[in-house]
Each structure stands twice: as C-alpha cells, then as structure tokens.
Design a protein around this ligand. Structure first.
Ligand code: PGA
Length: 258
C-alpha cells in the first residue's frame, strides 16, 4: 500500500509581524532536517506572503493566504485577488473560514465564487466548513455540514485539486474537540457528499480536521483513515509546537505504511 500523505496547514490569522519570519525559518530548518510524508503549509497575514514565499521557496514549506476576492481585479478597496496571491509565490488559500463567515458575512455562494477564482489562479483552495455550538446541540451537525460542502464548492470544479477542512466552530481556540469517533463519522459523511454531489474525483480530496489541534492531541486525529491532515491555528504560531504536530502526522503515515 503506498504511504498516505497528510497535509498540515498553519493558520496564523491576524498574528505575525515581520519578526515572526524567524519562527517560519526555525520551522523550515527543523523540517528539512528529516524526510517525511507530510506536506506543510503556513498561512501568514497577507503582508508576509511575499517574504515568506520567497524565503521558503527552496524548503519543504508551502505558503498560503487566508482569504481572497472572487474577482480578478477592479474597484475593491482593501481586497486581494487570487491571482495577486499566486503572484507572491503562495500556492494555497484558506477559504470560508468560520471567522470570515461570521465576521464578514460570507455565504456559501461567496465562498464558492472565491474557490472558483482560486482554482483559476492555480491555487489550492482549503475550504472550511463547520457547525456552531447551537447547531450541534440541536442535532443539526450533519445537515449543516452537508449543505456547506455541497454549496461552497463551485459546480465547475471538475478534477481540479482542492481540500476541505472540517472545523467545528465551538472547537476553534477553545481547547475543546469532538471525539475521534465523531470526527471519523463527519469526515465519512463529507466524503459521501463530495462523491455524490460535488466532484466525481472526490476520493482524492484531503479532508483536514481543525479546531484546537495541538502536539498532544494531534496523533489521535491524524491516525483516523478519513483524516487527511490538520488546519492549525494557535499551535502553528510557535515552531516547536507546530513541529510536534508535523511529527505526529509523520508517525501516523509511517504506521500506515508499515
Ligand atoms: P485553533 O484554530 O487551532 O486555534 O483552534 C483553528 C482555526 O481556526 O483554523
């Protein structure tokens, strides 16, 4: 059986001044010191995209943005297009994060338009879905996730590469997580919807888990067969913490290969 690869994406959110480049450099030194089965990406604020993409180009860390506009160019003060992100050397973009959906009123349709723009620019979109605590308590988790997945991926996706990140809103930054069984069930359902309603090539779409992932709990999530990686917020800000998660991912892959 070929060893599976995992994708670990660090989301720095609105954290990271120029001095944070030192953390990225430290991480890149740690990663290139050993071979692994893990694809690693860091998504800093837009101000750091060019310098990080330039510095890390030769290393094993990809760089991504945290959002993009759906138009190629135009009168959109304060926005950045997918093509502009690609122009920095970045290769992926997080889209539809629950903080964007909540604080910037992004709908599934907005997210789908951004995914389309990102694909056209040659970026890998990492599309976030996840239920709120109220939706979970009402027993609506599956319904919410199914509809977000079906509506946030554009109909013309074809066989172009994208990833999904399942991030329950109540688990983000709280230290709380679903159980591994709950994650396995939801990821299996996401896969079903992908194959049924979204993309015939849905088998190859990595489905990441995100929400309070850290070096101590990463192994239990990353060893689940339906988990294709992790989207990591707080624990991606320090090289040592993030490297612990990458190490857990590497071990999960090695176990799978052996
Ligand atoms: P967290 O954030 O790891 O700090 O919970 C995850 C995210 O928002 O992507």
């Amino acid at each position: 059986m070929p060893a599976r690869r995992l994708l670990i994406v660090g989301n720095w959110k609105m954290n990271g001044l120029t001095r944070s480049l030192a953390e990225a450099r430290k991480l890149s030194g740690m990663i290139s010191s050993r071979s692994n089965f893990v694809d690693v990406a860091l998504c800093p604020p837009a101000t750091l995209l060019i310098s990080m993409a330039t510095e890390l180009r030769a290393d094993s860390i990809a760089v991504g943005a945290q959002d993009c506009h759906s138009e190629v160019s135009g009168a959109h003060t304060g926005d950045v297009s997918a093509q502009m992100i690609a122009d920095t050397g970045a290769t992926l973009v997080i889209l539809g994060h629950s903080e964007r959906r909540a604080h910037h009123s992004e709908t599934d349709l907005d997210v789908a338009a951004k995914v389309s723009a990102a694909l056209d620019a040659g970026l890998l979109p990492v599309v976030c879905v996840g239920e709120s605590e109220a939706q979970r308590n009402a027993g609506d988790t599956m319904e919410v996730i199914e509809s977000q997945v079906a509506r946030s991926i554009p109909k013309n996706v074809g066989d172009r590469a994208f990833a999904i990140a399942y991030e329950p809103m109540w688990a983000i930054g709280t230290g709380r997580t679903p159980t591994p069984d709950e994650i396995a069930g939801i990821h299996a359902q996401i896969r079903k919807v992908l194959l049924r309603d979204v993309a015939p090539g849905g088998w190859v779409v990595p489905i990441l888990y995100g929400g309070s992932v850290n070096a101590n709990n990463a192994a239990q999530f990353l060893s689940l067969p339906e988990v294709g990686g992790a989207l990591v917020g707080g624990a991606s800000l320090r090289a040592e913490d993030f490297y612990g998660i990458i190490g857990a991912a590497n071990e999960a892959c090695l176990r799978n290969a052996g």
